[in-house]
Design a protein around this ligand. Sequence first.
Ligand code: PEP
Length: 245
Amino acid sequence: MRPFVAGNWKMNHTPTSGRQFVKEISPKAKGLDADIVIFPPFVTIPSVVDEARGSNIKVGAQNLFWEKKGAFTGEVSAEMLLDVGVEYVIIGHSERRNIFGETDELINLKLKSAISYGLKPVLCIGEHLAEREAGRTMDKIKFQLDSDLSNVDINKVIIAYEPIWAIGTGKTASPDQAEEVHSFISEFLGSKIKILYGGSVKPENAYQLMVQPHIDGVLVGGASLKPHSFYDIILAGLKAFKEKK
Ligand code: PEP
């Protein structure tokens, strides 16, 4: 067992600054017993893949379209991502759901496409603040898992539990709150799949989160943009997993 630490850069880092990031972090990350994956914007992917070659840093995309090719202006297919060296893909991030109107039906199609091409999908799920306050967190999680994973091989999917009220807000779910949902997901899926936590993860709270029994790693937004804070989160994960063994 080793920590899975993923950085979702969202719409940050140009091809030039992305390359510089990898140049700084890859010598330090060498030999660390962790899965480290960076998710740059599409145009930044090739320079990050190039700079990460020979290191233990893997690269993912933040989205994909489910069709193979054709008249889908602005979209990118699984085949294109594979061709530039991508291994992972985030699907159903709350920003895609809430800003770009992605539905669970579309997310299901994207998951199927990613898996059929051998990409490893990271499916994001999570509740709104109003849902948590109304005591409907687990209902929401169950609904998303049921619809997003319909006819999908769950063993090929990594789940990221990302409470929407904790994303980019500075508010983190407490380790107990996160653990409660992670253990629910783990029991619900009845499978040994990886479950990451995301939502204002920082070097200061990463250890307490990753030391929880059902938290297999983290998906980090803001704190993944600077090499030193991302690296400190990886170190926190290593410390937590050493204790969990
Ligand atoms: C995310 O984008 O998946 C995320 C968790 O962002 P942040 O860490 O900035 O809350």
